[in-house]
Design a protein around this ligand. Structure first.
Ligand code: AMP
Length: 542
C-alpha cells in the first residue's frame, strides 16, 4: 500500500522561492570583485536568478547542459547557480587554484557549454577557452563599465547580458533526481574525478546541514561562508542559508585576516566556516591588533584537521565555539560534525578539547563504518582504526564517466580513502589518508596526530609528517616544519615539546626545516610532492 501524501519533488529552485517569500528582505552582502561592498536581498536574488534562467534558455542552453563557474563567493555567483539549476542545467564549479592544464582537462571532461567567470579569472579562461571545443559562451561577472578588453570572441558582460531579460519566466519542472551541480575532486593522484549532485541530494544535504546538532543555523544567524563555492559547494551554505533565510555575507576574493575581520565585525557575523589556513590568518591578525570577536558565536573548521591550539584559541581567547567537521566533495560534502552530545556535559579544558580533536558524529542521513582491508567491520572503541566507509542520500554512488569504480561496493558503501576510528558515542576521528599512513614495523602510525601536536609548539607555523624509508622498520616518520617568522626553534626544542604527549614509537626520527610546505588546490598538504622532495632523505636512525 502506498501512502497518500503529495508528490513534491525536492528541487533547488524551491529553496530560492522559499527564501524570497519568507525572508525576502533578508540581506546578502558581497565584497564585489570591482571593490565596493554591495547589498542585495533574497527577493532580488530570486528575480535576478529568474533572469539568468530566462537568458540562458534564450541563448540555447537547457536540461543537462554543464555550465561552468569560475568565481569567488558573491551574490552574482549565487544567482548564476540558481539560474542554471532553474532550467535543469548543471552548475559546474571550477577551482581557480588548479593549473590551467588541469582546468582545461576538467572542462573538456565535463563538456562545459558556457562559463560564468569573475574578472580575476578572465586571463585564466583566455588561456584555456580555445582548447574547450564544447564552449559556446563566456559570461564575465561584471558590468559594461568594468568589462575589460578580451581576446575571447564570445565574451559578454553579465549585467548587459542579464539586462536583456525581463524575468517573466517560470522555473522548469523535472524529476528531483536530475543533475543540479558538479564538482571535480582535487585529484592528488591520477586524473580528477567528477561528482554530480542532484536536486534531491542538494536539498536533503541542506536540511542535514541546518539541523541543530550539525551546523545549527537559523534565520537569526548572519552566515559568512569563507569556504569557496568551488570547494565542495561552500559546504552546502549556498543552499542551507536559503532554506532557513539567514543573512549571507559573501567575502569575494579577499580571504586575508584583515578583510575577513572587517566583514565579521561590520556585518555582525554569527556563524562562519572555512579550512584551518584561513583561520590561521585571522587569528594572527587578531593577535597583532588586539581585536576581539564579540558577535561571532560559531566557527566550522574542516577540510583538513583542525589543530588543537586553534580550537583552544577561538574558545578561550574569543569565546567562539569551534565545530570541527569532516567531509568530502563526494559527500556534498558534510560527513561528521563535532557538536557535543549530552555524554559530554560538564567536560572542560583538555578533556573537552580531546573530544573536539575528533571530527565528530554523523547526522541523520550519513551512515558510516570502519572496516579492515577484507571489509570486516571494526569495533567502535575509539582506537581500532580502519578504512572509513559511508553511504547516504547526499553521497555519490559513482563518479561522472565511471572512473574510480573500485571505491563503491555492491551494498552501496563508498570507500572514502580515509583511515579512522569511531568511539562508543559515535565520534569519528580521522587518523590519516589511506595512502599517507606510515607503516613502521607492520604497525600503522597516524601522521595527523603528530602534525596536530607539532603545530601546538609556539614557534611552529606549519608541520607535516611523512614516512621515510628505514632499513629496519620499513618506514619511520620525518617531521617537516615551517618556522614562524622571526623564530628559530631547533629540532631538540620541538621534539622535547612533543616528548611524552604521544606514544614513544610515534615520535619522529628527525625534523627537517623548510621555507614552505606544498598545498593542493583545496588547501591540503600535498604529501605526494613532499614525499618526492624527501625521497632520498637519510634518517639519522637509519
Ligand atoms: P575534499 O573533497 O577536497 O573536501 O577533500 C576531502 C578529504 O579532506 C577527506 O577525505 C579527508 O581526507 C580530508 N578532510 C576533510 N576534513 C577533514 C578533517 N576535519 N580532518 C582531517 N581531514 C579532513
Amino acid at each position: 500500500m502506498l501512502g497518500l501524501m503529495q508528490e513534491w519533488p525536492l528541487l533547488c529552485h524551491k529553496l530560492i522561492d522559499h527564501a524570497a517569500l519568507q525572508h525576502g528582505d533578508r540581506e546578502i552582502i558581497s565584497r564585489s570583485i570591482e571593490g565596493p561592498i554591495v547589498r542585495t536581498n533574497y527577493g532580488e536574488l530570486r528575480s535576478r536568478s529568474l533572469k539568468v534562467a530566462q537568458r540562458l534558455e534564450r541563448d540555447g542552453f537547457g536540461l543537462g547542459d554543464r555550465i561552468a563557474t569560475l568565481a569567488w563567493n558573491t551574490a552574482r555567483h549565487l544567482e548564476a547557480w540558481y539560474g542554471i539549476m532553474g532550467i535543469g542545467a548543471v552548475y559546474h564549479t571550477l577551482n581557480p587554484r588548479l593549473f590551467p592544464e588541469q582546468i582545461l582537462w576538467i572542462m573538456n571532461h565535463a563538456e562545459d557549454r558556457a562559463v560564468f567567470v569573475d574578472l580575476t579569472f578572465l586571463p585564466l579562461i583566455e588561456k584555456v577557452a580555445g582548447g574547450v571545443k564544447s564552449l559556446k559562451q563566456v559570461i564575465v561577472l561584471t558590468d559594461k563599465a568594468h568589462m575589460p578588453a578580451t581576446s575571447l570572441p564570445n565574451a559578454v558582460a553579465y549585467e548587459e547580458w542579464l539586462g536583456e531579460a525581463d524575468g517573466d519566466f517560470a522555473w522548469k519542472s523535472f524529476d528531483e533526481n536530475t543533475a543540479a551541480g558538479m564538482c571535480y575532486t582535487s585529484g592528488t593522484t591520477g586524473d580528477p574525478k567528477g561528482v554530480l549532485y542532484s536536486h534531491r541530494s542538494n536539498v536533503l544535504h541542506a536540511m542535514i546541514a541546518c539541523m541543530p546538532d550539525a551546523m545549527g543555523i537559523s534565520s537569526r544567524d548572519v552566515v559568512l561562508p569563507v569556504v569557496p563555492m568551488f570547494h565542495a559547494n561552500a559546504w552546502g551554505l549556498g543552499q542551507s542559508a536559503l532554506m532557513i533565510g539567514a543573512k549571507l555575507v559573501m567575502p569575494g576574493g579577499k580571504m586575508d585576516g584583515a578583510s575577513i575581520y572587517e566583514l565579521l565585525d561590520s556585518e555582525k557575523v554569527t556563524f562562519t566556516a572555512a579550512v584551518p589556513t584561513v583561520w590561521l590568518m585571522l587569528l594572527q591578525h587578531l593577535e597583532e591588533t588586539g581585536k576581539k570577536l564579540p558577535h561571532l558565536k560559531k566557527v566550522v573548521i574542516g577540510g583538513s584537521a583542525c589543530p588543537r591550539a586553534m580550537t583552544q584559541k577561538f574558545q578561550d581567547n574569543y569565546g567562539v565555539e569551534v565545530i570541527h567537521a569532516w567531509g568530502m566533495t563526494e559527500m556534498s560534502p558534510l560527513g561528521t560534525l563535532g557538536t557535543m552530545k549530552p555524554v559530554h556535559d560538564g567536560l572542560e579544558g583538555n578533556a573537552r578539547l580531546d573530544v573536539q580533536q575528533k571530527q565528530g558524529h554523523a547526522p541523520f542521513g550519513v551512515e558510516m563504518k570502519v572496516t579492515d582491508d577484507n571489509n570486516v567491520d571494526r569495533p567502535w572503541d575509539g582506537k581500532t582504526f580502519g578504512r572509513l566507509k559511508v553511504r547516504g542520500p547526499a553521497v555519490a554512488r559513482a563518479y561522472y564517466g565511471g572512473a574510480g569504480k573500485e571505491q563503491f561496493d555492491e551494498e552501496g558503501w563508498f570507500d572514502t580513502g580515509d583511515v579512522a576510528h569511531i568511539d562508543a558515542s559515535g565520534y569519528m576521528q580521522i587518523t590519516d589518508r589511506a595512502k599517507d599512513v606510515i607503516k613502521s614495523g607492520g604497525e600503522w602510525i597516524s601522521t595527523i596526530d603528530i602534525e596536530n601536536l607539532a603545530v601546538g609548539h609556539p614557534d611552529v607555523a606549519e608541520a607535516a609528517v611523512i614516512g621515510v624509508a628505514h632499513p629496519k622498520w620499513d618506514e619511520r616518520p620525518l617531521l617537516v616544519v615551517v618556522r614562524k617568522a622571526g623564530k628559530e626553534p631547533s629540532k631538540d626544542d620541538i621534539l622535547g615539546y612533543m616528548n611524552g604527549k604521544i606514544a614513544k614509537w610515534w615520535m619522529p626520527d628527525d625534523v627537517a626545516f623548510v621555507a614552505e610546505i606544498p598545498h593542493t588546490a583545496t588547501g591540503k598538504i600535498q604529501k605526494t610532492t613532499l614525499r618526492q622532495q624527501f625521497q632520498d632523505y637519510r634518517l639519522p636512525t637509519a
